[in-house]
Design a protein around this ligand. Structure first.
Ligand code: ZN
Length: 132
């Protein structure tokens, strides 16, 4: 980990494939960006530092996807949730290894690092999954 790594979605996924959930923290105003972005939307600074984020979070809301986009058809039906991590950071993700009956708002979920794969456009598809 170094400050020299670019603050891009590609780098975010590179960290995920090495089992690290990393966010970009603005050096100027301290705002934490997850996913990272090259320009702070709070103070317009371009100076960031990488900080590790715990992969454990809380399920805030979820939707059951019955009709999936083509690339996810094999998974359907599946749940997509918004997971709140430390520092109030929220990210979307597919939830696996759980039945619809077991899904509960407020339950603890952990990012399943093994599921991260090469990036697509954020936030259209989250290329990582959560599990209980
Ligand atoms: Zn800032």
């Amino acid at each position: 980990m170094s400050i020299a790594e670019p603050f891009t979605i590609e780098q975010f996924y590179k960290f995920l494939t090495t089992n690290q959930l990393m966010a970009g923290k603005c050096v100027k105003c301290g705002k934490i960006h997850l996913p990272p972005r090259p320009l702070c939307n709070n103070c317009f600074s371009k100076e960031f530092t990488w900080i590790p984020i715990s992969p454990k979070g809380t399920l805030v809301t979820y939707t059951i996807i019955e009709v999936a986009p083509e690339r996810f058809q094999a998974l359907a039906p599946y749940a997509v949730g918004i997971i709140e991590l430390e520092n109030g950071l929220k990210i979307p993700g597919i939830i696996q290894n759980i039945t619809q009956e077991q899904l509960k708002i407020g339950m603890t979920l952990t990012l399943n690092f093994g599921t991260a794969s090469p990036p697509q456009t954020w936030p259209l598809w989250s290329r990582y999954h959560f599990k209980p």
